[in-house]
Design a binder for this molecule. Sequence first.
Ligand code: T46
Length: 143
Amino acid sequence: MKFLVNHCYEIIPNKVLDSPDGSLTILEALKEISFNIKRVYYINNLIQANSIRGKHAHKELEQALFCISGHFTMKLDDGENSQIIKVSNNSRGLFIGPLLWHEMTDFSSNCVILVLASDYYNESDYLRSYDKFLNYIKDQRAE
Ligand code: T46
């Protein structure tokens, strides 16, 4: 996949063991996952057709996101370029780095998203308004 935005890339697991009994996908910290994993969370029960998740950027948090069932649409925006991608259950993941605005929509009802995060939950790491996100980037560049 070609990314038009910064702070994002595709994560390809080293090992996917497919068999008639199912697929086993293995990911290891400091290997395919570039950071130490401090938190794991998942999102499921996406039964409402018009659900929106994300709509924020993080100041420092690094995340590896895997759609392990179903599909959804991800809008990415690094403050200069934006891109819309379809994310589906294909064993590949998305690295979502800091300072990347992300919005998730169009979830299939069977969608399950697994996220590995580099740090514990911290609300002060969030930029929840797009204007604040742009200003934060501007301030960072000025430093
Ligand atoms: C991303 C997508 C996939 C916690 O208390 N602890 C946690 O670890 C998390 C992730 C959330 N929360 C609380 C904070 C908020 O009151 O749960 C509420 C919703 O959190 P958030 O806005 O982070 O949820 P999403 O699903 O919109 O976004 C999260 C990630 O933040 C985001 O970066 O990629 O999941």
